[in-house]
Design a protein around this ligand. Sequence first.
Ligand code: SF4
Length: 468
Amino acid sequence: MIIEELTESEKQYYYMEQCHQWVDEQSQVLGRPLKAAVITFGCQMNARDSEKLTGILEKIGYEMTDSETADFVIYNTCTVRENANTRVYGRLGHLKMLKRKNPAMLIALCGCMMQEPEVVEKLKKSYRHVDIIFGTHNIFKFAELIYQRITEKKMVVDIWKDTEQIVEDLPNDRKYSFKTGINIMFGCNNFCSYCIVPYVRGRERSRQPEDIIREIEAAVADGVVEIMLLGQNVNSYGKNLEQPISFAELLRQICRIEGLERVRFMTSHPKDLSDELIQVMAEEPKICRHLHLPLQSGSTEILRKMNRKYTKDDYLKLVDKIRSACPDISLTTDIIVGFPGETEEDFLETMDVVKKVGYDSAYTFIYSKRTGTPAAAMEEQISKEVIKDRFNRLLEEVQTIAAKVCARHEGEVQDVLVEEVNQQDSSLVSGRLSNNTVVHFKGDASLIGKIVPVKLESCKNFYYMGQM
Ligand code: SF4
């Protein structure tokens, strides 16, 4: 067999076989099965990538565990915030100690943090106990990199600056049997001035619609009823394809899949959320009644500095359009407080949008300088005291409004997708409405993965207590 003649996924399955033989030999020597742990930091994109890493490790013959005392430990890293890196270095020190006790242990690092050249140089110099380092663009090569490490017996470093390549049909092990994330595209071309993602996830590239449909059909055949379509900015889906297709058109095709009950998606950038998409959301009942629409700031001047490409008015007009087409939609958002140069007037603009929109919930962040982004070099960094004060005022406003907005469905009967037995009270189960609000009600584990009608009896600020 000539490896070069194989497709990329065939090649990777070949390396999985080779690694499996090695794992079998090791477990015979140790007289026990080998264990592996995938530790995930960061966003849903990373969580989905970790399901792929887990699928490959299982295919190679490892048994999965959550414990870092495993024989193979991989950190899927995040680098959105400066302190995320510090935490990883700290934990690598702990792994060094564990490796002294288990010399057969292998340690791997991947994810966004590895796309930073200075990080990789530091790891190569001061963390020689790490065995494999790769980035966000070549996750599909995981088995080949493990094979390289076990055959060459030295640290393997394989970081790609960028890629056009998307490799399909590799193993993956979903965290949930009834729902899953589906990548529709990778990378981001927006270059918001505070964000490191475009530098570590590369340029936008979309998967072929037929590959996405095929993956969803296979997941539905395997028991999935709800999917989350993932992309840094799903609105840009399809633009780089030979036959461009809009995100709205892709959604229509996905909603035709038999057995699929619910479709969610994130993240939708306000700058290019199309009328076509709003129309599809209004017409397709499978599309969940929840939209995450990051605002970041309500001040047009700060939005300009953030390079967000929309104004306060654009955003409010868009919300009106969405609300008139989908009156029952729940809106959530992301807001950054303390961006360089933010004045009290700018902050009050943000508070004004929060009052006008009435979000079901909002992720509020204190601006964190991220080396390597244009914003990090900006003058007028705001003092901690001022940021803290604004953050607390914003949080109070958001939570007060959210508690009222969230309660609008009290007394109604709505469908809930049951996700788990309640961790605090095992006589209850917990699930989500189409608008993503959590509901707890009497039930048992046999309901997990099922969509059941529940009477929403009382709203407790951000969740409901109900009765099936
Ligand atoms: S849209 Fe902006 S904030 Fe989102 S990933 Fe891209 S650059 Fe970052």
